[in-house]
Ligand binder design. Structure first.
Ligand code: G6P
Ligand code: BGC
Length: 935
């Protein structure tokens, strides 16, 4: 069922661009189909004088708009909120209906004279169907002005009576409460009455939370279980009543006895609430715009007279120019001036001109007749000219009201467009109130003027279906959001690690390290603790030119590394990046090594080095069992590599064989180095305290300097050796099983190496995106995302890469940018979807960082204990795209290390040149040692 109808657009543009609300220049033209009688009339000089103060040029309306924008900003800012004239009250509505809401919802709408009780049912398989049953109860004076308990008891009794009458089997309901008084709302279901107004004055309610009062009254019986989940303002009710299928409706506008508006703001701009994610409904309370004098230069003498005579002089200035309560009175002031020579007792009486009549008089068909009737009722013998004049007055007043309203609305949509960083904003605006309903031209003028005042926005006015449906919708949306939040929390709880859990991970890794270091237990440990045959860090005396290869991360590089004295500028690097396509990384091993050799040949040719045989350091970022520095048996492939015929082989030998096959040149491989080791060496060149190497990129791993006496797999007691931990495999023996979620298991099963590198699969860039995708699939399946619809795109493995995780979490990223990132991936998302996707990314990345931190803590604590130190100061050399590019990862790792290893002061030093430089330095040290040995 479509619950709203679109208003027809006016075909003709306004005649006067300069004075769109100027009755003197523009009005005759506005009456496109004026009756012949009207056309024969003209404005007298006196009329022109009387109506001129109501002229507002387009320029003036632009001024109103920009002042409204400023006033809105003041209302939104924490600093100026409390003194702002346009209050911008948060309504705690975070979402507009998306059409997936289902269920039965109760509404209590307290009006000035009546209480309306409504049951709204939302049903349907694909399309949402809305059915409503309602009943009105008059509110007696004794209730409206009696003690507070009586009022709330009355509300509850009406509710039960209504429900009893429906004879429904259901007894559990959620309820939305419309309470149209000035309140300080602090949550969707918490609202403190500031002051009563209109007819109401119940003792003992001011300052109290009306939800608690209502809930207590409702709980006095146990037939029905009714939970009050939302308190709603009528303007938000209007906004929320519009059908979701017509596209987003994110603005509500009421011009009734009073006027107000609301819209969905970016939460981070609503500074008075804590939230910074997503959107937040804001009720502008724009009726008081101008109470600080912002409208003084455009007030007419009639506005001044009206204000002076009002109950609240100086207040609600904007409302007094626009809303139904006042339009009749403005006209009355003009008439008393126009007919001052023919004054009658009725005309002298304030309130003798009704807004309803004013609106009718502006009608082209019946307007003049109504004018005559009204003038007669005022005791005036009306000539045709009088009726024409009366009609012009009414039009002038209404068109000015529409113009001002348009300026306000233009301010809202421009604000939304700007703050969402859009070049165009498209939104529906739900309108409601007697003025809209009775006066089609009001909407037409409003629509046309908004177009001129906010040309960057496509605004469609939609007639709302009354606020009760909207209140029901607010309740339904709140209920949907609460149910979804529960699901989301349950899902994400699996990935949230307590400090105790992180401590357990640290202790488990420590145990695995001990097992891995001892010869007898090495096979039981999931971390291999591989000796690297590197016993010292560079001392600065290394010299010469070296070749380096760097294989295993995002890029494959060939490098020429010139190591000079520090005075000569230290290490200089020339390098070239080559790609290794997946079919090469996962094809026959000979093909992979042939490809590597071709890349070296290409590099040498480009550098004019063909024929030279430089010592070569080979960064090979996979687990290798070494028996010397220049030999490494590949234990297993990891990450995206799976070339056949390599595992169990000496990688240096495979490289040499490829060189032989290609017959191009000779290679002098002096060292094979893991990337962690290369990174530690590279950082160690600058900081001698660097005794740990850490990689968090495509894969993850660490190495550190261990006491040789602790390395049971090697002979020797004195000194230290760098140990390549291969912590990526931590947990492969089942010791981390309690920490794996179903998502981790799915990612593992679908990987190239199921059951292997389980810790790496929780942490590193190659897998995080896939974990996120699996969670998103689950959340979509549970209906919390993408309106429950699975897109083929989301079902595509590996669509999220590390760089996506990094960009989506960038600080200060507007929601639009988050949406744009997701759109780029082919996912069509709503604002809430993107907030949730970002939350999932945050949770997954935080867990990764914390696990990584727990592991680093285990390493540094072991170094400290090895050396029997009370306090250890140590530097960790770090590399890897995830660590370097993710906006929060590094900081979360460091924070976790601080918490879990409080006796270690750990400095994290990012490696700038990659581990190829470290490999070359290792080659340089090896050459220096070899020279010494020869000498
Ligand atoms: C370093 C090394 C690479 C290493 C990489 C990890 O810079 O030079 O050999 O594997 O970092 O980062 P990545 O994010 O590319 O996997
Ligand atoms: C490899 C390690 C490497 C790490 C980081 C892991 O998959 O097994 O050798 O250090 O990735 O690149």
């Amino acid at each position: 069922m479509s619950s709203s109808q679109e208003m027809p657009l006016v075909g003709k543009p306004l005649p006067s661009q300069l004075s769109p609300t100027c009755p003197v220049h523009g009005l005759a033209g506005v009456s496109e189909s004026g009756s012949p009688q009207a056309q024969s009339q003209h404005l007298t000089a006196q009329m022109q004088n009387s109506l001129r103060p109501l002229c507002l040029s387009l320029e003036t309306l632009h001024r109103v708009k920009s002042r409204m924008l400023e006033a809105m900003e003041r209302g939104l800012s924490r600093r100026t909120h409390s003194q702002a004239t346009v209050r911008m009250l948060p309504a705690f509505i975070r979402s507009t209906p998306d059409g997936t809401e289902r269920g039965e919802f109760l509404v209590l709408e307290l009006g000035d004279t009546h209480l309306r009780v409504l049951l709204m049912e939302l049903s349907g398989d694909t399309d949402q169907r809305v059915t409503m049953k309602e009943r009105c109860f008059p509110v007696p004076d004794a209730i409206a002005q009696g003690p507070g308990e009586k009022l709330f008891a009355f509300l509850a009794t009406c509710l039960w009576e209504f429900l009893d009458g429906l004879h429904m089997p259901q007894t559990d309901f959620e309820l939305g409460f419309s309470f149209p008084f000035t309140c300080r709302q602090t949550r969707l279901d918490q609202s403190y009455l500031i002051s009563w107004s209109k007819r109401f004055q119940c003792a003992g309610v001011e300052g109290r939370d009306v939800v608690v009062l209502l809930q207590d009254a409702i709980n006095k019986q146990d037939r029905y279980h009714i939970k009050v989940i939302a308190v709603v303002n009528d303007t938000t009710g209007t906004m929320m009543s519009c059908d979701a299928s017509a596209g987003p409706c994110e603005v509500g506008l009421v011009v009734d006895a009073g006027t107000n508006s609301c819209f969905m703001a970016e939460a981070r701009h609503v500074e008075v609430v804590e939230e910074s994610e997503g959107r937040m409904g804001v009720v502008t309370e724009w009726g008081s715009f101008g109470d600080d004098g912002a409208l003084n230069d455009m007030l007419s003498p009639y506005d001044l007279q009206l204000d002076q005579a009002s109950l609240n002089p100086g207040r609600q200035r904007f409302e007094k120019m626009i809303s139904g309560l006042y339009l009749g009175e403005i006209v009355w002031h003009i008439l008393t001036e126009l007919f001052s020579g023919r004054m009658t007792p009725v005309l002298l009486t304030k309130g003798s001109v009704q807004t309803q009549d004013i609106l009718e008089i502006t009608d082209e068909q019946v307007g003049l007749a109504t004018a005559r009737r009204v003038l007669r009722a005022l005791g005036l013998e009306a000539s045709d000219q009088d009726c024409f004049n009366m009609q012009q007055v009414c039009k002038a007043v209404c068109i000015r009201a529409a113009g001002l309203c348009a300026a306000g609305l233009a301010a809202i949509v421009s604000h939304m467009c700007r703050n969402r960083e859009l070049s165009r904003l498209k939104t529906s605006v739900a309108v409601d109130g007697a003025v809209f309903r009775a006066h089609a031209k009001f909407s037409q003028t409003l629509q046309q003027l908004v177009k001129q005042l906010a040309p960057e926005c496509d605004v469609t006015l939609v007639q709302a279906e009354g606020s009760s449906k909207g209140i029901g919708m607010v309740t339904a949306v709140a209920s949907r959001l609460a149910a979804q939040r529960l699901q989301v929390n349950q899902t994400l709880a699996l990935l949230q690690l307590s400090p105790a859990a992180l401590g357990t991970v640290q202790a488990l890794l420590r145990r695995e390290m001990e097992l891995g270091l001892k010869k007898e237990t090495n096979a039981m440990s999931s971390v291999r603790m591989l000796p690297t045959y590197i016993c010292a860090t560079p001392d600065g005396s290394e010299r010469g030119d070296f070749l380096a290869l760097d294989l295993g991360g995002t890029n494959f590089r060939v490098l020429l590394v010139k190591v000079g004295s520090r005075e000569q500028g230290g290490v200089q690097i020339i390098s070239e990046v080559y790609s290794i396509p997946p079919h090469v990384a996962q094809g026959p091993g000979s093909q992979l090594f042939d490809h590597i050799v071709e890349c070296i040949a290409d590099f040498q040719t480009k550098q004019g080095m063909m024929g030279q045989t430089l010592p070569l350091g080979f960064t090979f970022s996979f687990p290798c069992q070494q028996t010397s520095l220049d030999q490494g048996i590949l234990l297993s492939w990891t990450k995206g590599f799976n070339a056949s015929g390599c595992v169990g082989q000496d990688v240096v030998k495979l490289l040499r064989e490829a060189v032989k096959r290609k017959n191009h040149f000779a290679l002098d491989v002096v060292a094979i180095v893991n990337d962690t080791v290369g990174t530690m060496m590279s950082c160690g060149y600058h900081d001698p305290n660097c005794e740990v190497g850490l990689i968090v990129g495509t894969g993850t791993n660490a190495c550190y300097m261990e006491q040789l006496r602790n390395v049971g797999t090697l002979a020797g007691e004195e000194g230290r050796m760098c140990i390549n931990m291969e912590w990526g495999a931590f947990g492969d023996n089942g010791c981390l099983d309690a920490f794996f979620t179903p998502f981790d298991r799915q990612v593992d099963e679908a990987s190239l190496n199921p059951g292997r590198q389980r810790f790496e699969k929780l942490i590193s860039g190659m897998y995080l995106g896939e974990i996120v995708r699996r969670i998103l699939l689950e959340l979509t399946d549970k209906g919390c995302l993408f309106r429950g619809r699975l897109s083929p795109k989301l079902q595509t493995p590996d669509i999220f890469q590390t760089k996506f995780l990094s960009s989506i979490e960038s600080d200060g990223l507007a929601l639009r940018q988050v949406c744009a990132i997701l759109e780029e991936l082919g996912l069509h998302v709503s604002c809430e979807d993107s907030v949730l996707v970002r939350e999932v990314c945050q949770v997954v990345a935080r867990r990764a960082a914390q696990l990584c931190g727990a592991a680093v803590a285990a390493v540094v604590e072991k170094i400290r204990e090895n050396r029997s130190l009370e306090q250890l100061a140590v530097t960790v050399g770090v590399d890897g795209t995830l660590y370097k590019l993710h906006p929060h990862f590094a900081q979360q790792v460091q924070e976790t290390v601080r918490q879990l290893a409080p006796r270690c002061s750990v400095t994290f030093l990012q490696s700038e040149d990659g581990s190829g430089k470290g490999a070359a330095l290792i080659a340089a040290v090896a050459c220096r040692v070899a020279r010494h040995q020869r000498a």
